[in-house]
Design a binder for this molecule. Sequence first.
Ligand SMILES: C[S@@+](CC[C@H](N)C(=O)[O-])C[C@H]1O[C@@H](n2cnc3c(N)ncnc32)[C@H](O)[C@@H]1O
Length: 256
Amino acid sequence: MPSQAGAEMSSPRNNYNSKAVNRLMCADWSAYSASYDLLSEHNPEYQALLQDFEAFLATIEAPQVIYDIGGGTGNYTEIAARAYPDSEIRFVEPDTNMNRSAQSKLAAYGNINYDNRALEDIDATGSADLVICVHALYAMPAPEQRLADLRRLLRPGGLLYLIDIGRYMNVPDWRSYLFSSLKKELGLVGALRVFWQGREIAKQNKSILKAQKKGVYWTHTEAEFASLVAQNGFEIMRQQSVYRDHSDLLVCRAIS
Ligand SMILES: C[S@@+](CC[C@H](N)C(=O)[O-])C[C@H]1O[C@@H](n2cnc3c(N)ncnc32)[C@H](O)[C@@H]1O
């Protein structure tokens, strides 16, 4: 199946030629941060991913060092911090408001260090036992190089829990899916209230779609994604299409 962004995306670079122009075409993560958890809490597909992550953690040896890259409001770090209170967690999130939301949510945990740099600015090598990167890679400049960065953070044998949106964000389809699941949960008035409170989300999702169509954000098929991950020094242990087939989940081991 070809990549939706066209043949040029089979060699995955996004068009980050002009930082100033591209900033206008990207999601505004700070604006997104205030309502991010509102719909996530009510989105069964988001909750299913969190449950998958928690179940995955129960199957591995306790990691000493964990990175959460593009950690957003800290939902994955929270699960890791609860499951492994003795691990050192490095939370990497360049957006100030997202990072702030995470810090306030995770204030009770003493094992988390907060870093407000982008992945490409982190120069650590080979120290991590586990790297988490969920729904963030597609939004980064030069995702192929960023995959190499994720590999560099891990020790040989370390694990990568990776989920990435690969297909175009179908905004009307997500809206109707979320509205009908909210209506079941909260009734019509409750659903309308959550939609109104979370209206920034629809706006940012439209920006994501626009950036995907311009090639500023990366889109990929499941096969393209797996192939690039394998080329960057990972053995794929599990691969699954998730998030209503918009995203790909890979559990990988860093090979030496
Ligand atoms: C959709 S959010 C996902 C947040 C979280 N992982 C989750 O699934 O709830 C994407 C996050 O990636 C972050 N991000 C964007 N570019 C990044 C980069 N170059 N390095 C690290 N994080 C980045 C954004 O700031 C944003 O918070």
